[in-house]
Design a protein around this ligand. Structure first.
Ligand code: TYD
Ligand code: MG
Length: 456
């Protein structure tokens, strides 16, 4: 860089990573004084996206060839077709969930060409090696670098030029420029920014581990989420099951989930999870339980929603719901109270999902309503029935996407009755479909009709 042009220079805030074309006394992003340092534009990410001149849209490389397989089809699907070159990914999860295991296995299985650099600030080289041995992940081409020093890590990256980089974890990385304590929001943000910029400039993929506490929030990784291309979460399912999902994905949908099982020799994939989360019971169902076919990304999975209501001890009622948004549970309970006259507003409400799946799609409303109604009334739902539908504030059962596939998946698992929204076909053709016997579910107009049908 003997003759560096002025236009090649940016001023980057040592505190938050914000870049400015001109030097300023105070960072406009984080407000820190005297924190802007001269740095090269290339470091902040080169012009890979056609930023300097326009391109005809049809001539732009779709970038599909730029994908790197992780060796785990489940993970490739969550990412939208593998790791994109030049992209950065944050992998969050509670300590002990299996992030290091997943990434070490990924290093061994990936189709990434050339070298792979595994940077660990948490374990010693021999610990990494013995874990790799245990996982059957000893492979030529994986280089291990145990340090939390960003400067040293960057030097290692520059000399090795890996095509895939794992950083385990971003909270153990530190840069002198960004303050003295590793793990702070500033450090995490700065290191994530620098490492992502390196990957983007070299067309490498980088996956950074972020430890996240139970409520999903810690200052550091949250601050880094907007700096990366994708944010994945690795969550605890029932027992050995682990669920991988994207909460942000620049290169694909954020709806797919990947399901894994943690075993003696690491993680293995569960490729047909449709019935995995169902609770097998002999005989009838207990009160407070309803089954929903949920549409998770490109697959349907049947899940059991459980509810319990008990008279509130205090004047103030509470809703305990970890796997389904509390606001949703509260809204569905309010609709039930309004349209059935059954009181929920004097009850403490507990909601759970068997198997630990976190459910965010609106199609679970009807099953949630039935579980709540069943819990409050003490009447069990008929066995082998599955329910899907969104519920409006007016109590209507609204259409959900892929209703047909949901009904089919339920039928394939032996469910005798599927209740859902009215078919969105012309009334005449709906009648014809029922006559032909090819209507796959019973349509109900509102929550009252659903309850009448199921509870009599
Ligand atoms: P780990 O990948 O270290 O978790 P994280 O990096 O998210 O903190 O996984 C730790 C747990 O996984 C630990 O409790 C042991 C268990 N485990 C297995 O059950 N089987 C295995 O093959 C491995 C490597 C770990
Ligand atoms: Mg770990």
């Amino acid at each position: 860089m003997a003759s560096r042009k002025n236009s090649d220079i940016v001023y980057r805030c040592a505190n938050c990573g914000h870049a400015e074309p001109k030097w300023l006394g105070r960072c406009p992003d984080c407000g820190q004084w005297n924190s802007l340092r001269e740095s090269s534009k290339a470091q902040a990410g080169p012009d890979v996206a056609g930023e300097t001149f326009p391109l005809p849209i049809v001539s732009i490389d779709p970038g599909e060839r730029a994908r790197i397989g992780t060796g785990f089809p489940e993970m490739d699907r969550v990412l939208g077709g593998g790791l994109q070159r030049g992209s950065s990914i944050l992998l969050g999860g509670e300590p002990g969930i299996g992030k290091s295991t997943l990434l070490l296995q990924l290093c061994a299985r990936t189709s990434a060409p050339g070298r792979i650099l595994y940077i660990s600030g948490e374990e010693s080289p021999s610990q990494v090696r013995s874990r790799a041995e245990r996982l059957g992940a000893l492979r030529e081409g994986i280089e291990v670098f145990c340090s939390g020093d960003l400067g040293l890590a960057r030097a290692a990256l520059d000399s090795l030029k890996p095509s895939l980089v794992v950083v385990d974890s971003i909270q153990t990385m530190r840069a002198d420029e960004a303050g003295s304590v590793p793990g702070t929001a500033n450090q995490v943000k700065y290191c994530a920014q620098e490492l992502s910029a390196w990957a983007k400039a070299r067309g490498a993929a980088i996956v950074m581990v972020a430890h996240v506490t139970k409520d999903g929030m810690i200052a550091g990784p949250k601050a880094a989420e907007h700096l990366v291309d994708a944010v994945l979460g690795f969550e605890q399912g029932e027992g050995e099951l682990r669920v991988l999902r994207a909460s942000k994905n620049r290169f694909g949908s954020s709806e797919e989930v990947g399901i894994f099982r943690m075993g003696e020799d690491g993680l293995s994939e569960v490729s047909d999870p449709s019935g995995l989360f169902l609770v097998r019971r002999d005989g009838g169902m207990p009160a407070g339980v309803a089954i929903a076919p949920v549409h998770e990304g490109s697959r349907v999975i049947l899940v059991e929603i459980q509810a319990l209501t008990v008279p509130a001890k205090a004047g103030l009622t509470r809703i305990y719901s970890e796997r389904i948004d509390t606001a949703r549970a509260s809204r569905v309970a309010a609709v039930l109270e309004k349209h059935t006259g059954l009181r929920f507003s004097d009850q403490d409400i507990y909601v759970n999902v068997a198997g630990g799946m976190r459910l965010a799609e609106p199609g679970i409303d009807l099953a949630l309503a039935c579980a709540l109604y069943s819990a409050r009334s003490g009447t069990a739902l008929p066995a082998l029935s599955a329910l899907a539908g969104e519920i409006s504030l007016a109590g209507e059962v609204r259409p959900v996407r892929q209703m047909r596939r949901r009904a089919k998946a339920a039928a394939a698992l032996g469910f005798k009755r599927v209740v859902g929204p009215m078919a969105e076909t012309e009334p005449a053709s709906a009648a014809a479909a029922i006559e032909r016997g090819d209507s796959e579910w019973t349509g109900v107009a509102d929550v009252k009709a659903a309850l009448k049908l199921l509870f009599g």
